[in-house]
Design a protein around this ligand. Structure first.
Ligand code: A3P
Length: 296
């Protein structure tokens, strides 16, 4: 029997207009007053959009490629702390971030743009935002919620998909999240907006674009090495990347590195669900120029 002590499943509640669970709001005072530094880099995503992948690439670019010891010294969620996290028996995200002794600090958040602590904007920090098409994002989130005890029970797929459409997910509506960050980019140019689909299609090209955004002069050889190190199968086997050390997750239910593909939604959506989803999507996304690909 599985005897791992786990926190109780939380319930969803409204937090400043966004569905949240207390594990990400209990430390709000400190999150809101977090002191960013001008060279901090924020990795922002809706959950399951490719956060870990992007964090891993950034960590390699800045540190781990040149000091490989770092790669085995600590799991990725300690090298790139999760700002708003407050899980029992675990250091808070803000403490993790405050304790980072690197420059730059790489910091992860799932907050919708309007809830990001103001210090990041004041310090003009650079932001790497990763977005993933709604269908695959919903599927990935469903499997994640099944295995992650820090989130509410997902229930069955069809009710889950309805809740996804209603924005009743931890960190709120996918639609609001991806468009909110997209709109912010118009007035705050220090946001590099990336797509999971592009990373799957051509990881090397996306690493290249990231380097030019960050002004990094990594060599072609270094970029090639990073490309090899961040392949799905390599990261899946790596205990420092695959979250296998996190007590709130049950990997017998579903692995963190699950499939890493574009288009897995086709194995989950029924024809009717797909039709309803597409109609609803058109309505919700009618006012944005943001476009996604659901296959590559
Ligand atoms: P799937 O559940 O579709 O497999 P996040 O890090 O934001 O939680 O996102 C997790 C998703 O990214 C999972 O998607 C995971 O498999 C995928 N992922 C993580 N690392 C990856 C990699 N190196 N290549 C492809 N997909 C990756």
């Amino acid at each position: 029997a599985d005897t791992t002590p786990r926190p109780p499943r939380p319930t969803l509640s409204d937090f400043h207009g966004v569905s949240m669970v207390h594990y990400f709001t209990d430390n709000w005072e400190k999150v809101q007053n977090f002191k960013a530094r001008p060279d901090d880099i924020l990795v922002a995503t809706y959950p399951k959009a490719g956060t870990t992948w992007a964090s891993y690439i950034l960590d390699l670019l800045y540190f781990s490629l040149r000091q490989p010891d770092r790669m085995t010294s600590a799991p990725i969620y300690e090298r790139v702390p999760f700002l708003e996290m407050h899980i029992p028996n675990f250091m808070t995200g803000t403490d993790f971030a405050d304790n980072l002794d690197t420059t730059p600090r790489l910091i992860k958040t799932h907050l919708p743009v309007q809830l990001v602590p103001k210090s990041f904007w004041e310090q003009k920090c650079r932001v790497v935002y990763v977005a993933r098409n709604a269908k695959d994002n919903a599927v990935s989130y469903f499997h994640f919620d099944r295995m992650n005890f820090a989130h509410p029970e997902p229930g069955d797929w069809s009710s889950y998909l309805q809740r996804f459409m209603d924005g009743k997910m931890v960190f709120g509506s996918w639609y609001d999240h991806v468009t909110g960050w997209w709109e912010r980019k118009q007035s705050y140019p220090e946001i590099h907006y990336m797509f999971f689909e592009d990373m799957v299609e051509d990881t090397g090209r996306e690493i290249e674009k990231l380097c030019s955004f960050l002004g990094l002069g990594s060599t072609a050889e270094e970029k090639q090495q990073i490309r090899d190190l961040v392949q799905f199968d390599t990261m899946k086997k790596d205990d420092m990347a695959n979250y296998s050390t996190v007590p709130v997750m049950d990997f017998k239910v579903s692995p963190f590195m699950r499939k890493g593909k574009v288009g897995d939604w086709k194995n989950h959506f029924t024809t009717t669900q797909n039709k309803q989803f597409d109609e609803d999507y058109k309505r919700k996304m009618k006012n944005t120029t943001l476009q996604f690909r659901t296959e590559v």
